[in-house]
Design a protein around this ligand. Sequence first.
Ligand code: NAD
Length: 259
Amino acid sequence: MTRLAGKVGLITAAASGMGRAGALRFAAEGAAVGVVDIDAAGVASLVAEIEAAGGRALALPGDLTDADFSRSIVADTAAAFGGLDYVWMHAGHPGPSRVEDMDEAVLELALHLNLRTIMHSTAAALPLMRERGGGSLVFTASTAGIYGSPHSPAYSMMKFGVVGWCRSLAKRVAPDQIRANVICPGGVDTPMLRAFVARPDTPQANGDKEEMVAARGGKTPLGRNARPEEISNAALFLVSDEASFISGAVLPVDGAMTA
Ligand SMILES: NC(=O)c1ccc[n+]([C@@H]2O[C@H](COP(=O)([O-])OP(=O)(O)OC[C@H]3O[C@@H](n4cnc5c(N)ncnc54)[C@H](O)[C@@H]3O)[C@@H](O)[C@H]2O)c1
């Protein structure tokens, strides 16, 4: 398996869910992977798992609300492996669900994790990708970045922002042969989905979370939520040279939810 042979890059929010699945698969496909997450133990065990399987990985534990960290992960990955070909900016946050009486601290955290960190990491990546003659930026938005979400309007606003950032960059950096694409997952079976199904100002707020997760999947045309690797497979394709003429794409991976 060598679809990413020789490629160097990093994945944020890599200790769990789709990011973790992506780190394992990218490494198995020949890429070197910087593994970024605030969960230091999760980062360490993931790097150990990749290395035990013969892959190359770099542990980058830290907090992506820190602008310096969002930049240094890019530089550190390039320094460790001798260049930079891809960055999958996958971290995000559900944000406040309320509009009236919004929790300002949660709003601030979500602004950092959905928007500010990707601006800083993108800025750090561009000169390194230019040196390399090109590269691939992949962002994670959501179906809430395609259509409105009544229970998560702040999240939806920010994910529309991720889409806008990606599409603008795709045009801006195309002359440098840098591609930028955004994945819009529907419901994916990860810890974060549990936050979305039980928003505090919804009638089902205190219901059984696992039942709500299953019910949400049942409303998807394909009849279920996605498995994490079904999203990271899309990221793998967008990072690979198979996607060499794809840039500015907004790719729903949602079992036909937004069709
Ligand atoms: N799960 C879904 O249904 C779903 C749907 C659409 C989009 N998304 C998007 O997917 C992305 C990740 O979601 P997931 O479901 O894989 O999440 P997850 O809950 O599986 O993992 C989130 C990871 O982020 C890490 N993290 C949290 N705060 C951090 C910080 N300050 N700095 C660094 N790392 C931090 C956590 O430690 C955890 O490993 C987000 O952008 C989210 O908006 C998720």
